[in-house]
Design a binder for this molecule. Structure first.
Ligand code: PBG
Length: 325
């Protein structure tokens, strides 16, 4: 008799036939940084912290020691530095360049990734430059792309290994690639937010950075959650424009997109388990209704099984600790 259960009969046999395994080197650890001396807990994301630069260096070091190879930085910019032109995003003495330099000095083997988008710096909270036409907001594409190029170059000069445009403007991967190449940063990689959906799951993150749009929403640049073919179109474009890694975001509710993009590109595919996915697991586990440790590994295994080579997750450090045991 054919008995599929024979392949499940013991931990040893299950390990032999296991199709998907997680390891700490699959993860990118997103970290928040601010320009204060203290480390502050983030109310909207229990267990996450807005780090001082010193705190950031220490946390990244602990994660690296657990086998995590990469971090991605998200800055909380002081309200007074936010402008409608987002000029602070390419200040060579700004918070992100300082954080990159501190991380690379302390942990030369750690891969430092930066987010390229205007929302933390933009007085309007949008990822691009906003033009107001009466009550209508237009997020201006080409003008934004020019600023994103300056931002990416600023991060490259500070020592970033990978820049990661999360803005969803058209043509930004090609423009950033050309800028980096012409300035001598041919070796700086681009991980593109390829299929970034206009998702309500980003709420807790916007709370962490106080970066929610002041007016309007992000639906004219982030993708419609109803669309899958469009993700493939974006992925083919990003590949053609010179992206080194394509990314799908969010992850858990978009596993079909991860697997379809996996089949249509030869590039590494990353997926971002976003703040809302994190908060749902944290909230449901708080009173013991879900077993947090098991659900964390199950959610990450699902994302990897769908086809992600790389997972951005706020659980990176905790999952790496669990995998060590
Ligand atoms: C903004 C950006 C966002 C996230 C990463 N970069 C929020 C947004 O697009 O509004 C969300 C991450 C998360 O929710 O964990 N460029």
């Amino acid at each position: 008799m054919i008995r599929p259960r024979r392949n499940r009969k013991s931990p040893a046999v299950r390990a032999l036939v296991r199709e998907t395994t997680l390891s700490a080197s699959d993860f990118i650890y997103p970290l928040f940084v601010h320009d204060k001396e203290t480390d502050e807990p983030i109310d909207s994301m229990p267990g996450c912290t807005r780090w001082s630069i010193n705190g950031l260096v220490k946390e990244a070091g602990e994660a690296h020691a657990l086998g995590i190879q990469a971090v991605v930085l998200f800055p909380a910019i002081a309200e007074a530095l936010k402008t409608s032109g987002a000029e602070e995003c390419h200040n060579d003495d700004g918070l992100v360049p300082q954080a990159i330099k501190a991380l690379k000095a302390a942990h030369p083997t750690l891969c430092v990734i930066t987010d390229v988008a205007l929302d933390p710096y933009n007085a309007d909270g949008h990822d691009g430059i906003v033009r107001k036409n009466g009550d209508d907001l237009e997020i201006v594409n080409d003008e934004t792309v020019e600023i994103l190029c300056q931002q990416a170059l600023c991060h490259a000069k500070a020592g970033a290994d990978i820049v990661s445009p999360s803005d969803m403007m058209d043509g930004r991967v090609a423009a950033i690639r050309a800028t980096l190449d012409s300035e001598g940063y041919q070796d700086v990689s681009i991980m593109a937010y390829t299929a970034k959906y206009a998702s309500a799951y980003y709420g807790p993150f916007r709370g962490a950075l106080e970066s929610a749009p002041k007016a309007g929403d992000k639906k004219t640049y982030q993708m419609d959650p109803a669309n899958a073919r469009e993700a493939i179109r974006e992925s083919l474009l990003d590949e053609e424009e010179g992206a080194d890694v394509v990314m799908i975001k969010p992850a858990g509710p978009y596993l079909d997109i991860i697997s379809q993009v996996r089949e249509t590109t030869a590039l590494p595919v990353a997926a971002y388990q976003v703040s809302g996915e994190y908060l749902m697991i944290k909230s449901a586990s708080k009173d013991g209704w879900l077993d947090e440790k098991s659900v964390v590994l199950e959610s990450l295994t699902g994302i990897k099984r769908a086809g992600a080579d790389i997972i951005l997750t706020y659980f990176a450090k905790q999952a790496a600790e669990q995998l060590k045991k």
